[in-house]
Structure formats: C-alpha cells, structure tokens
Design a binder for this molecule. Sequence first.
Ligand SMILES: Cc1cc2nc3c(=O)[nH]c(=O)nc-3n(C[C@H](O)[C@H](O)[C@H](O)COP(=O)(O)OP(=O)(O)OC[C@H]3O[C@@H](n4cnc5c(N)ncnc54)[C@H](O)[C@@H]3O)c2cc1C
Length: 368
Amino acid sequence: MTAGRADLVVVGAGVIGCMVALLYRRAHSGAEIIVVDRGAAAGGASGASLCAAIPAAPTATLRALVRRSDALFAAIPVLARHLRHYAALYCVSPQRVADFRGQLAVADFVPAAPAQWSAAEAVYGPLARDAGRVVLDGRRHAYTFDVTAFVHAALRAPEPIARLVEGRAVAAVRRDGDRWSVETGDGVLARARAVALCTGPWTAPPVTGPDRHWAPPPPSLRRIVSLRVALPGPAADAGSAGSVIWVDESVSLIPAAGGAACYVNFTRGDWPPAAAGVHRAAAGRPVAPAEFTDDDRAAGLAAIARLWPGRPASGVGGLAGHDSYTPDRHPRIDRPAPGVVSVTGTSGAGVRLAPALAEDAVRDLTAA
Ligand SMILES: Cc1cc2nc3c(=O)[nH]c(=O)nc-3n(C[C@H](O)[C@H](O)[C@H](O)COP(=O)(O)OP(=O)(O)OC[C@H]3O[C@@H](n4cnc5c(N)ncnc54)[C@H](O)[C@@H]3O)c2cc1C
C-alpha cells in the first residue's frame, strides 16, 4: 500500500467500521483501505457488547435492516463463521402477543411445548412465567456474533481486508484537492478518496469541504449492562437450554459461549444521573467510565429478582458500556459531503444492524 494514500479511510474499528471495510473490500477488490482507531480495534462499545440478536424489531424500517443483516451474516463466510445460533423461548402476556408477533422479522413463532420450559428450568432453576403468559418457540433464530474474533480474522489475518492503524485519534477531515485529508494530532494520516466515520458513541471529527463545514451532532448516550451469572452444577448447559426472553419486561437470559453461564442484557433506565448529562461526549473520549460497577450489579439483580427467583446467589459479574441512541432508536447515516459518510445512533442494536448499515454506507461511498 502506498503510504499516506488510500481509496477509503474508515475512522473507528468497531463492528460498524470493520463491516464497512469488509463490504467495501468485497465491492472494490483492489482498493487500498485504512481502518484507524484512537485505541485498540474492537475496544469500544463493540468490545463490551454481548452481540446478541433476536429477529424482532418495533418498526418496519428496523425489521428491514434486521432481515438484510441476517442475509449478509449468512452469505459472507467471515461473518457466518462467527455466528452462534441458539434456541429461544419468548414469554409474552396475552395482550401483547399480537403486537409482538407483528414485530417479527421472520416467519411466525409457534407456542412452545411445556417440556421446553421444563428443560430451561432444569438448567436455570425456577423461572417466573406468570399465570396466563404465552410461551412462544423462537426456534434457532436468536444468535450471538463474536465481534472480537471477526475483527481479528478481518484485520489481523496474514492477508487483512485493510491496513489497521491503532492508537491514533482522528481530529479532522478536510478537503484537499481531489481527496480528503484525514488528520490526527501527529499530522496527516492519509489522503483518501472516501472516508467513513464510524465512531460509535463518541463524537465524530468535523468535516470541512471547499464550501461547507459539518460538525457532528453530539451523541445521546445510554448505558447498557450485561450481567453475567455463572450457572453451578453439572446440569448447567445454557447453550442447550437456550435463551429465555420476557418480552414485556425486555429482559433476556442469553447463554454464554461455553454454556456454564448466561447473561442478562438491559439498558439502565436510571442512567445517566442528572448531573452527568447525556451530551458530554468529546471527540475521541468516552463520557463516562465503561467499567461494570456495583451499581450496575445492583440494577441487574433488581431487574431479574422476580423473573428469575432461582438464580444462583454467587458468580455475578458483568460487562457495561455505552451506545449512541437516537430518539426513535433508528440509526443515523449522515452524508456530510460527497465521499464522506457517518454511521452512528445504533441505539443498543449496532451488532445486529451492522451488515445492513455498512451496505448502505458503502453504496453511498461508491455512488459519490
Ligand atoms: C454492554 C453492552 C451490551 C450490548 N449488547 C448488544 C447486543 O446484545 N446486541 C446488539 O446488537 N448490540 C449490543 N450492544 C450495542 C452494540 O455493541 C453497539 O451498537 C455497537 O457495538 C456499536 O458499534 P460501533 O462500531 O458503532 O461503535 P464502537 O464499537 O464503539 O466503535 C467505534 C470506534 O471508534 C473509535 N473512535 C471514536 N472516535 C475516534 C476518532 N476521533 N478517531 C479514531 N477512532 C475513533 C473508538 O475508539 C471505537 O473503537 C451492546 C453494547 C454494550 C455496551
């Protein structure tokens, strides 16, 4: 690769940025692509993420993205290799069943057999079903995607899809002749024909063209927590029991790889505390520590206290981080200038939407 020149510079080596690089490479086999991150690849939201997906979404737009992503996950070998599908039981109150079925992005789910619920309880211990709730069999449409393994395979393989530059924060993107100059504190990283800003929950760098200046909107952040609960005893195989999802409460038990633990995913409705504000993101810096805290643990245990009365008393840890949320939870694709695209606002679902969003970004970049 010619130093300092590229066809595409991707800013941000999270799941969105790496997926953009992958799809651009597939569309332009000889292209010179650089992926640059201020820290380590997959060290942002994607690295903290559980990367789980269920085939349901509240709007037709999101369902279309989910369907398109599912098709790309299945069709591209380096993606398909890192998927792990599992069984899922959806526990829904009768008054919400029709609404939930309307949100499915796949063929309808059928009522589960009582033995399936018993099999889940054999692994997880007593679970609250509540009288009258309907349990639907989600078959094996739920999955997790191993982002870290994908990023490793795509960017650290002997023949990577792009050149990875870690530890350099991009401060500005400026028009320079017929190219975009991608600038860091150490000077110009590259002059590129196209730039994709995939900075997740951090503010993207500004873009200055000959006749315009685009300053990215500061992201609104939410804190996401995945409580990890170790399952004791030889009977514990969450992989075979699959996932249990209480649709009304948006609480899911998700089997961990290896089977002896599961995760409970939830968004902290009580975060950020008023004093922190939601618009504090500064370029290249997280607004708040992403470490899992005692507070996260307490919030998680409170969320599952009634639903999972049989949960183990010890072995509770977790993951925590932030994502950029939009008011309607639809991702944002901005086009600051021809040849520059920005993808953000993935609202807690960036992994399952990543292939479709990347496909849209690459289409824009190719058309420019
Ligand atoms: C605990 C947790 C659980 C989650 N669970 C799920 C789930 O089950 N399913 C799901 O679909 N989603 C889940 N999510 C959400 C999902 O992880 C995010 O939507 C997704 O990872 C966002 O990817 P991204 O590439 O946009 O952001 P990131 O992964 O954060 O990538 C952005 C990258 O840009 C870099 N960067 C930022 N600014 C600059 C700059 N100026 N210069 C250079 N580099 C820069 C950052 O260092 C970072 O690496 C979860 C998130 C968390 C935190």
